[in-house]
Design a protein around this ligand. Structure first.
Ligand SMILES: Cc1cc2nc3c(=O)[nH]c(=O)nc-3n(C[C@H](O)[C@H](O)[C@H](O)COP(=O)(O)O)c2cc1C
Length: 212
């Protein structure tokens, strides 16, 4: 539609979706399949994301196979043993109690890759990282669209990316940006789980007027 204007109800819906989006972990996924038309809507939203020079530098690997998930879950376990060393005392004890992924509990995992362009890309010369940022825009589109369809997504970053690439036979030039777990959920929590568990609190926005 040309020059579409949104109604206040539509505006309110987007606010609600943003407000109620949550990161979902293994303690919260239901063992229920995601119908293909729903998955298609989530992937279509990714394809509509903005990207530097309209380069669309993304690839999505859809994973349902239990053996592949097991290999990624083993990768997570190994990396998490290293990760917990960064914390001390009470923080470490709390860290050990956190469930930080839902690889095997979710019906679908999606590995999202940045595929660098072989040709120069408009807008990416001075700041090459803009290609990777474009992929993150696609992921946020997926996250919000999934939430609007009452599907949960959890982002897992405690993984060795090179081992993920090996597990998935990914091309050498691809870079892993996100490993996502998708599924219907028992509950969308009202607050971030890490806030409920006293790991961190949401901070007020820091807005700088004119200059630092
Ligand atoms: C780039 C990125 C990586 C993340 N990696 C993990 C992760 O490895 N494990 C995890 O449990 N949550 C991960 N999260 C989820 C955050 O912990 C979560 O977004 C944050 O606590 C706020 O909660 P909310 O998304 O429910 O609002 C990640 C989120 C982002 C944006």
């Amino acid at each position: 539609m040309k020059n579409k204007q949104f109604t206040s109800n539509e505006q309110q819906s987007l606010t609600e979706i943003i407000y109620h989006r949550r990161d979902i972990r293994g303690n919260n996924f239901l063992n229920a399949p995601i119908p293909q038309p729903i998955l298609d809507k989530i992937l279509d939203a990714a394809a509509l994301a903005p990207s530097v020079g309209l380069s669309q530098p993304w690839e999505f690997v859809i994973i349902r196979d239990q053996q592949t998930k097991q290999s990624i879950a083993d990768n997570h376990r190994e990396e998490n043993e290293h990760a917990e060393q960064a914390f001390k005392d009470d923080k470490k004890a709390l860290y050990r109690q956190l469930k930080l992924e839902g690889i095997k509990e979710s019906p679908i995992n999606i590995a999202v890759f940045y595929k660098p362009n072989t040709q120069p890309t408009l807008g990416q010369n001075s700041m090459p990282e803009m290609g990777e940022y474009s992929v993150v825009c696609a992921i946020q589109n997926m996250w919000l669209t999934a939430r609007s369809l009452n599907v949960g997504i959890g982002w897992v970053s405690i993984l060795n990316p090179e081992k993920v690439k090996a597990t998935l036979n990914a091309p050498q030039e691809n870079k892993l940006i996100a490993y996502l777990c998708l599924g219907y959920v028992k509950e969308f929590l009202e607050q971030p789980e890490l806030e409920m568990l006293n790991w961190h609190k949401r901070q007020p926005l820091q807005i700088i007027d004119e200059k630092y």
